[in-house]
Design a protein around this ligand. Structure first.
Ligand code: EPU
Length: 441
């Protein structure tokens, strides 16, 4: 078990290079199921969700060769349908893409229910509704999902009742090789929806309108292998932009980004009185004065992202006055506020609204990363706080941030990852599983 220890209060100055986008990388990797032939996927972030995805694809029969840490060659020609292993599939949310991709290629799919961060109800009814509209029969129990399309998938017009990133990508995956034309109306517009569509188009798909609320897909017979690079991660970039504003005198240049993807984040930082300079592929964030309180509402792209809810809260917790965060996507996103309160923050949560009254200082404390983005936010809070903080459960952070401690250390954060020894190891006894012990009794 590992934890992060941060001694806070340092000035942060320097450059941080952004890795490939987690939510795009997992989408593109699962999309390779639709391709018969070899693909080379580049700019992959070396994070646990990517390794879990690779493990699922390998166990299904994909031939994968890594070319260094950020690129791999994948051949899914001989993949076996309905063979996605439960223990990996239930570890992450994006494993639901097996359904759309396998339905698209084989007309059938079977997988464990997806896992992922505990940030609210994580239904897949919009995915299922889309698959059914394309002609699939979907059955579910509490653990698994089974989908079959005995007559093959046939293109149709799908209106999404509410915006869903995952359902938009999953329906796109299923429809790419369906007979005829499909439209997805009220589609999600996130950059990772566009990235997956661009990858599929490079392989020979005919998708137009990705990035707007109306995606049109003309079914094709075959997709062929290509070399494709994942776009930079806008949430990783946003997280380090916050680091540039934690203290007066901080200045962080966040490089290898697409500034357009960061507009809603930049706008909120500017509203708080923070300086944001944009270049072609970088943004520099610096702070020269106090933080103004603001109101933030999280909504689907291009609005302010829900995945930045907890990180912006660190700045609001240190602002001169009272701010509000209204969470418009997930119904359980504010669990992290309890940890932040342990560090001295003044936050009251009422349903989907958090009222954050700024305090002059946060103080080091022992806190728990309750989900991926919350974990990253607590590291930022620890970097701003007076004293030493310990952040437990950092496996959440490792699911989505590439070498967070190294990137932050390079700009001045006093941060280290330490291994907490397993209790059995500490006492010199061999660890036994609970089952083994029961059997021995
Ligand atoms: N929803 C339904 N039914 C569905 C699908 C979604 O009710 O069938 C609801 C959800 O409960 C939620 C809302 O719709 O309230 C939005 O969910 P969406 O489907 O857009 O989320 P997702 O695809 O499961 C992706 C990201 C999340 C990110 C959200 C919103 C991936 C793998 N995950 O999740 O990322 O928060 O979009 O932008 O792409 C993260 O990276 O930390 C993360 C949680």
């Amino acid at each position: 078990m590992e934890k992060i220890i941060v001694s806070g209060g340092n000035s942060l100055i320097g450059e941080i290079e952004i890795s490939g986008m987690k939510n795009s990388a997992v989408g593109v990797l699962f999309a390779t199921i639709l391709v018969e032939g070899k693909c080379i996927i580049e700019n992959l972030p070396p994070i646990d969700d990517v390794y879990t995805t690779v493990s699922i694809l390998k166990a299904m029969g994909a031939v994968i060769v890594w070319n260094g840490k950020n690129s791999l060659e994948i051949d899914t020609t001989n993949i076996i349908p309905c063979s996605s292993p439960d223990e990996y599939a239930s570890k992450m949310r994006a494993s639901y893409y097996v359904l759309g991709a396998e339905l698209g290629r084989f007309g059938r799919s079977y997988t464990a229910k997806p896992g992922g961060c505990n940030i609210g109800q994580r239904l897949i009814d919009r995915h299922v509704k889309g698959f059914e509209a394309l002609g699939a029969i979907v059955t579910e129990n509490s653990a698994n999902i089974n989908a079959v399309a005995p007559g093959g998938l046939v293109g149709t017009n799908i209106f999404m009742d509410d915006i869903s990133v995952g359902a938009t990508i999953n329906i796109m995956l299923a429809a790419v090789k369906a007979k005829g034309n499909t439209t997805i109306d009220n589609a999600a517009r996130e950059p990772h929806v566009v990235d997956v569509a661009n990858f599929l188009n490079a392989c020979g798909a005919e998708i137009s309108g990705a990035g707007t609320d109306m995606i049109k897909i003309k079914g094709v017979d075959n997709l062929t292998g290509v070399t494709y690079a994942i776009v930079p991660d806008m949430i990783e970039a946003g997280t380090y932009m916050i680091a540039g504003a934690l203290k007066v005198g901080n200045r962080i240049k966040v490089t290898n980004v697409i500034p357009k993807h960061l507009e809603s984040i930049s706008a909120k930082l500017i509203e708080m009185g923070i300086n944001v300079e944009e270049g072609d592929d970088y943004v520099t964030v610096s702070r020269t004065g106090p933080l103004k309180p603001i109101n933030v509402k999280t909504l689907p792209y291009p609005s302010f992202p829900t995945d930045m809810n907890s990180q912006i809260c660190i700045l609001l917790a240190l602002a001169d006055g009272t701010s509000r965060i209204i969470e418009g996507v997930w119904d359980g996103r504010f669990k992290y506020t309890e940890e932040l309160i342990r560090m001295g923050a003044d936050i009251k949560v009422n349903g989907r609204t958090a009222i954050v009254t700024g305090v002059p200082k946060l103080y080091g404390a022992r806190v728990r990363a309750c989900d991926l983005r919350a974990g990253a936010a607590l590291v930022l809070a620890a970097a701003a706080a007076e004293g030493v903080s310990e952040i437990d459960d950092i496996h959440h952070i490792k699911r989505g941030y590439d070498k967070m401690e190294k990137k932050l250390c390079a700009v001045g954060v006093d941060i280290k990852v330490v291994d907490i020894p397993d209790l059995y190891e500490l006492h010199g006894v061999e660890s036994e599983s609970y089952c083994d012990r029961k059997v021995q009794k």
